[in-house]
Design a protein around this ligand. Structure first.
Ligand SMILES: Cc1cc2nc3c(=O)[nH]c(=O)nc-3n(C[C@H](O)[C@H](O)[C@H](O)COP(=O)(O)OP(=O)(O)OC[C@H]3O[C@@H](n4cnc5c(N)ncnc54)[C@H](O)[C@@H]3O)c2cc1C
Ligand SMILES: O=C1O[C@H](CO)C(O)=C1O
Length: 561
């Protein structure tokens, strides 16, 4: 780490602990991206968080907050300071009358769920997993699959953030409403969310049932009950089988009934599937057979042959087994465009280019299963919507998620062409990408076009609360029109740019990429005043010459207890 900073931090004269370590290797859950932050900081109080922001400001360090790192893009990568709120994760208040719950923002959903249950409460809805932090769920617009719900953040009543000036601000529909709408999908670019108040729901069990359908049945029931006959529904499309697994669930009073064992939920099936995917890296044309075999073993080989049922607490039953490292590329489009999108993508994967009308060749390209098909409806709630909400403004939303596994962390051979074609179709369908995921062909101009005035509003709020770009990095620069014609005049001298990427090369990193930030802009205030950034040289002898703590030590405090 920068020796100047190390010496400065050693001199800190404050009663407030600064809990930082060096030598931390950050990676996304899927190990798609890695980065080495200069400091990894785990504060335990709001005062500590405010001090981190104050110091970052003084020493011109970009700040990134990471939850559980489940966003598979480089959104949370930094060579600067990485803040994590895993130690700021308590439930602060529960009001059983109003079901209003206030939590510290680092709490993970799997920690929240059982504690809420003790109070007779639960969350309205969940996505496929419960590993995320509540702030992470909010910040990228996580959703589940239900036409009776919008984004998971729909239940949020108010938020508190520590802004770039160190100030703690609360926002809600009535108090700082623009900040609230911006913070509901903030992409980490507004400040550090520290507390969240949300409305929970009385706890409930769900009875779920899943069975295999033909794709033609899915399409024929699309508008006649497929999505509306139960509160929760999700569909896993098997593109080569022209089939799907339809999973439905409703709240129930029935007694709990554990789900039966299944093929890839057990160790043997899990490893067989993984190794078949690994083999398909070399012989991709076996993927239709893998789909037939694995999904046959898992869900039955014929439509209607096997029906699986269970009754579980909603916080368990709504989740799914996400298996292996993966790329995910998910877009939100109007629900009524679903059949056309599926028919065209299916045609493309089967080589029928006339029906597909997608100007890319599918020759030699084989993909993984399932393509996730899910829904939400954000128009039912009267609450303010996030400015950057990708769901439809005037009706129900369909999500199509083109998942590609990375067996043993190796990228599948066809992924770039598949995603080019998939994204081309999604744009043709008027879709917008899920912010957290691996979209590849969009840039800031196009995202500006997809959000128009809402993007302008978001940028305006962002600029007001973080005028120098302390919370911005290359991901934001690439995807948001920060300096485009609609952006407010911006200095953004603290924004961290990417200086390069390299293969990590380690055995357990597979094809994961190390993201490296440009540190040249980082320097002390006195030095900054004499030289303009970027391009300021590193103070002499400072590069990695001095360590605040010994290598590998987990949580030495630079200051305080
Ligand atoms: C296996 C898997 C399953 C998934 N299932 C679904 C699903 O069903 N539906 C869906 O919509 N998405 C899904 N996702 C995506 C996931 O929900 C999002 O990526 C979510 O943002 C991850 O939360 P996190 O805590 O890991 O946040 P991170 O990925 O660590 O961070 C995400 C963003 O939140 C910001 N952030 C985090 N904490 C704070 C804070 N305290 N203050 C300010 N900003 C903050 C970060 O800076 C970053 O911009 C899935 C991802 C995986 C890997
Ligand atoms: O990002 C996601 O990963 C899983 C699919 O494996 C899921 O449902 C997402 O959303």
């Amino acid at each position: 780490m920068d020796g100047f900073i190390a010496r400065e931090l050693q001199k800190l004269d404050s009663d407030i602990p600064f809990r930082a370590t060096t030598d931390y290797l950050h990676h996304t859950w899927a190990k798609t991206f890695f980065s080495r932050p200069e400091l990894y900081i785990r504060p335990q109080s709001i005062e500590e968080i405010q001090q981190v922001v104050k110091l970052a400001r003084r020493y011109r360090r970009r700040l990134v907050t990471v939850g559980s790192g489940h966003s598979p893009s480089d959104l949370t990568c930094t060579s600067s300071w990485l803040v994590n709120l895993d130690d700021f994760n308590r439930i602060l208040h529960v009001d059983p009358e109003t079901c209003l719950v206030t939590v510290q923002a680092g709490i993970r959903l799997y920690q929240l769920g059982p504690q809420l249950e003790e109070q007779g409460l639960t969350l309205d809805n969940l996505g496929s997993i419960d590993s995320q932090s509540i702030a992470g769920v909010i910040s990228t617009g996580t959703h589940g699959s239900s036409l009776r719900h919008g984004l998971l953040s729909e239940c949020i009543e108010s938020l508190s953030l520590v802004l770039a000036n160190g100030q703690l601000v609360r926002c809600s529909a009535t108090n700082n409403p623009d900040l609230f709408r911006a913070a509901l999908i903030s992409l980490g670019a507004l400040g550090i969310v520290v507390e969240v108040t949300f409305k929970a729901r009385p706890k409930f069990n769900i009875a779920w049932r899943q069975e295999r359908y033909s794709l033609s049945r899915v399409l024929s029931e699309w508008s006649t009950g497929l999505w509306t006959s139960t509160e929760f529904v999700r569909v896993w499309w098997m593109p080569y089988e022209k089939g799907a697994i339809v999973w439905r669930a409703d709240p129930t009073d029935l007694p709990l009934q554990a789900p039966p064992k299944n093929f890839y939920g057990e160790s043997l099936g899990y490893h067989i599937y993984h190794n078949l995917l690994a083999l398909a890296q070399y012989v991709p044309r076996i993927l239709p057979w893998v789909e037939w075999f694995v999904f046959g073993m898992q869900y039955g080989f014929r439509p209607g042959a096997v029906v699986t049922e269970a009754v579980q607490p909603s916080r368990e039953g709504l989740l799914m087994n996400c298996l292996y490292s993966q790329f995910v590329n998910e877009w939100a489009l109007p629900l009524d465009k679903g059949p056309e999108a599926i028919i065209r993508l299916s045609a493309w994967l089967h080589g029928d280019l006339e029906t597909a009308r997608i100007p890319f060749s599918p020759k030699g390209l084989w993909v993984h299963c399932p393509i996730e098909v899910r829904v939400s409806d954000s128009t039912l709630s009267s609450k303010p919507r996030p400015f950057l909400d990708p769901t439809c403004r005037d009706g129900p939303t369909l999500y199509l998620n083109a998942t590609l596994y990375r067996p043993y962390l190796r990228d599948p051979p066809c992924w770039k062409r598949y995603y080019e074609a998939f994204e081309w179709l999604m744009r043709d369908m008027g879709a917008r990408p899920h912010w957290a995921k691996n979209f590849t062909t969009l840039d800031s101009t196009e995202l500006q076009r997809l959000y128009k005035a809402d993007m302008d509003e978001w940028l305006k709020v962002r600029q007001d609360v973080d005028p120098e770009g302390m919370f911005l990095g290359e991901w934001h620069c690439r995807n948001l029109p920060l300096t485009g014609p609609s952006a407010v005049e911006a200095d953004l001298s603290m924004m961290e740019r990417e200086s390069g990427r390299r293969r990590l090369g380690a055995r357990d990193a597979g094809d994961g990429v190390e993201w490296v930030g440009d540190r040249r802009w980082q320097h002390a205030p006195s030095e900054r005043s004499s030289t303009s950034s970027p391009g300021f040289p590193t103070p002499e002898g400072s590069e990695d010459s001095y360590e605040v703590m010994s290598k590998g030590e987990a949580s030495i405090l630079l200051n305080g207890a």
